[in-house]
Ligand binder design. Structure first.
Ligand code: DGY
Length: 327
């Protein structure tokens, strides 16, 4: 019998094309996420499901999808999925690592540069008709990126790609990571990067960028204490997950002027609520979780996600399985 697949949002066509001839595929038609009831209605009997990071795939939902063989996540992060429960039930979970590394590192740099040089604020200044004096010695002064110290927390693929780009800006790099490996050692021979404790990194960096996965150890890793340790006027950039920062403490650090600015692509709650106090601050650049959002990368992610799903439903080991212990 043809296996069934539920896709919780329309992903790029090249990915869907790979699976439509092989399986009975139904795609959730709205850009808004289906709720649990709608997932069960659309995919209650499915063997495969393609999920997004905004779909909470918890134990209760997994229990209501009794035929599930694979959850193929269209993202590298999978903190929205109860992996333990999936594993307990013998369900494979896959993700899309590697293909979005450079694109996300590029966006991280967009945020670093936009925050340090107040690019978005300056654009607003022009558009709002406030540019009245041709050139001002003290107009919209920002901070230098060239020669500054960059602190990178988390040295997985994306953290390393961000560090590589720092070379062109002649930066000193401090990094903090749980596990050292050969790739990091190689990078150290190209970029002046040194391992540091979290506190040293926070107190000495002009710009701090976060690249850790969200889990119980990284939840609010950057809290009030950590923000206080950061250098006055420094910049915090987050393209990982919003819950890695205590967002209320961040608001206080930005509004008091202790931090010079922040560049955020991710938030505790997404979409960012319309009444979020962050919206009232000038010194923060806010993006709608677009780290991997280039046409090429999103297509590559869709193909990778589809290939993972196909392998799993064909009884093979998917190339990007995150819980291989189920096999
Ligand atoms: C991911 O893949 O985890 C990003 O947050 C979105 O691409």
């Amino acid at each position: 019998m043809t296996q069934r697949v539920f896709v919780t949002r329309k992903i790029p066509q090249k990915g869907l094309d790979l699976i439509t001839d092989l399986f009975k595929v139904s795609v959730w038609p709205s850009e808004f996420p289906p709720n649990k009831g709608e997932i069960v209605e659309g995919g209650g009997d499915c063997e495969g499901i393609i999920t997004l990071l905004s779909d909470p795939i918890d134990a209760e939902l997994i229990a209501r999808l009794p035929n599930l063989v694979v959850i193929a996540q269209y993202a590298v992060g999978y903190d929205n999925i109860d992996i333990n429960e999936a594993t307990r039930r013998g369900i494979m979970v896959t993700n899309t690592p590697g293909v979005l590394t450079e694109t996300t590192a590029d966006l991280t740099w967009s945020l670093i540069m936009a925050s340090a040089r107040r690019v978005v604020e300056a654009d607003r200044y022009v558009r709002e008709g406030r540019w009245n004096v041709a050139w001002g010695p003290e107009l919209l002064l920002g901070s230098d990126i060239y020669g500054a110290t960059l602190g990178v927390i988390g040295m997985g693929r994306i953290g390393q790609a961000v560090v590589r780009r720092a070379q062109g800006f002649n930066m000193q790099v401090l990094y903090h990571t749980r596990s050292h490996n050969e790739d990091i050692a190689k990078l150290e021979s190209i970029v002046p990067a040194k391992s540091a404790s979290l506190d040293k990194l926070l107190s000495e960096s002009d710009i701090v960028s976060l690249h850790v996965p969200l889990n119980s150890q990284t939840h609010e890793l950057i809290g009030r204490r950590e923000l206080e340790i950061m250098k006055k006027g420094s910049i915090l950039v987050n393209t990982s997950r919003g819950q890695v920062i205590d967002q209320d403490a961040l608001f206080d650090a930005l509004s008091s002027g202790h931090l010079g600015g922040a560049g955020l692509d991710v938030f505790r709650e997404e979409p960012l609520p319309r009444d979020s106090p962050l919206l009232g601050l000038q010194n923060v650049v806010l993006l709608p979780h677009i780290g991997s959002a280039s046409r090429q990368t999103r297509t590559t992610m869709a193909i990778m996600c589809a290939k993972n799903l196909i392998s799993a439903l064909h009884g093979e080991k998917p190339p990007n399985i995150v819980n291989p212990e189920v096999l």
